[in-house]
Design a protein around this ligand. Sequence first.
Ligand code: NAG
Ligand code: NAG
Ligand code: NAG
Ligand code: NAG
Length: 606
Amino acid sequence: MATFGIPNGPWADRYHAAQSTMTTHFQHLYRFRPRARPTRAIFLTITAFFLVVVLLWRPSSQPTENYWLKYPSYRSSQDRPEALPIVHKGKPTFTRNDTLPGNLQKNNPSFHLIIPAKRKSSALCRMLTSAMILNYPPPTLINYGKKLSEGAKEYDHMKDRIASIYNFLDKTQHVHDNDLALILDGTDFFFQLPPDVLIQRFQNILKENNAKLAKKYGLVIVEKPSEQGAPETVQKYTQRVLFSASKECCPGLSRDAGCVAVPESSLPPDIYGWKTDSPSYRTLARPRWIKPGAVIGQVADLKAIYAEILRFIEQNRIPRGDSIALTYLFGRQEYVRELERRRASNPFMEWMYTMIGISEASNLTGLSPRLEAGRRYEHGIGVDYESRLFFNTWKSTRDVEWLRYRNITKTSFAQMLHNVPRERRLLLPDDLAPERVSNPFTQPIFGKNDPPLNPPINETLDALPHPGFYSWRKFPLLTNVHSASVPALICLDGNPSLRSTWWSMMWYHRWARALLRKYVRSPTGFEAAQSALLGGQEWWDLRGGRGGIWTEKGEWFDYSEVCVGYEKEVFHDGLGKWRQENGESDEPVYNQFGQLVKGKEGFSPS
Ligand SMILES: *[C@@H]1O[C@H](CO)[C@@H](O)[C@H](O)[C@H]1NC(C)=O
Ligand SMILES: *[C@@H]1O[C@H](CO)[C@@H](O)[C@H](O)[C@H]1NC(C)=O
Ligand SMILES: *[C@@H]1O[C@H](CO)[C@@H](O)[C@H](O)[C@H]1NC(C)=O
Ligand SMILES: *[C@@H]1O[C@H](CO)[C@@H](O)[C@H](O)[C@H]1NC(C)=O
């Protein structure tokens, strides 16, 4: 494999770019049937002229450097995050009375939720509560309880955070390269939709975008050394990880490739009306730039990206170096892709597309990023322009409405109120249809022989609406009216004033305590074990564990250890402390660093 990186390697000259575009264009031309002879004559002359030009121009474009090889970009076509069998479809094949075979291994990739959080806070507890209610895997908190030495600067905290995330991905035994990970940088997030919706959307976006990238950049046939089998046709560039999108580029980099050469947003150019993208109306810009904060992808890809970020911030000791590094990374990736696209494209076609105004070229004017031959700039980075996964509130708080999709009067006017051109009726996304996603109010069924429920059912505390009467169509869902999407995750990027109001508007807020109790109570024992081994939906992470969080060191903290004391901010229901609602409790009480303060030791992770 190492030879792939060598620009002048033994098989470099055997590389062929697929040039199917040409033929298709001529097929299109031939379909026009001129009516009169003079027209046909003119048409044929022009075609002949174009042909000559094309034939004369092509050879001159051949000897230039192959950027796909110069900056190693190879990815095997077998290794695609969008094809990961991560969402478990179908029913488990065991019945309750079967015994589990001792050698059963969990063979599908896991899904990890990674959150750097040093200490408890109401923001962290809201985030954890929303993740648990929606059945996300138990999160892993990075650096929880860690204190840096006195006098640590902003830079030190940032570097420590990035290094710890990288080390977790790199060194943890149960985190495998082909697992999926969602890394959220901080605690200002609310989950809105369940994890299977998030993961399937991620995979769908990759499929859509990769089809577009295959068309734009073409394919390449990689001939392998004979012992490795037949030649492989791979797409030159693919998308593999998704970051959230921002309306603003990282400040201070306006002359960098990361701000200039990155693709345009996939939203229509007038989606915010005629002032869209005008420099004097920042809130009316289409999200286009990369925004650190939320990212989803395979562990191996994220590890490579975090390694680059870490390398950059170690060389440049500047605050906010992580944002800058990420902007650089994305910019250089797109810069190299554009160089390669220009090299492989036909200059005549380029010229014609520019004339018609459908050129795909990105603007490289005045850019000259420093690139080193033999280094990988291709990281498969993409951005979620339409906020189907991540909605970032930065300069965007006015783009949203809280819609109940059953109320058609409201949904049909929403786009008009926001001046969206070419309105279309906002409909509940397909992946939230009742047959695709379970009703969050359905209570699990418990048998007589099950162990006693913990916590026991209490009519007051566990009151939930009947699932038949309440469903996704009736919940108020935060909707990005412009892109017509219901994001799975909301990033309240440095907007603390919204935290409480938006939290109280989340669909689960009214029933947060009952839903959390339902989550914590979910079956343990046989079903849990089976489900964990099979990679069932509720047990994404092999370690299992319920109603708590892990740290990167493998310690387990119960939800109450982290979040007791924040009930007012989280539940706002006046029912008192979590798990101590009736006044007494035998729950152990821990201090901030996990030491037992009162009560007896409960579940321990080892
Ligand atoms: C499990 O075993 C019990 C008692 O042996 C039996 O009544 C029940 O039908 C069995 N359930 C299934 C699903 O096989
Ligand atoms: C490309 O960028 C340069 C410098 O930023 C600018 O002057 C030029 O107008 C841009 N060209 C196009 C076609 O956008
Ligand atoms: C639907 O929305 C409209 C406009 O906000 C509101 O006046 C009406 O009461 C809503 N209807 C229902 C059934 O919630
Ligand atoms: C249920 O919870 C409420 C509120 O904490 C409490 O007043 C009531 O006594 C509980 N009921 C039972 C049967 O435990």
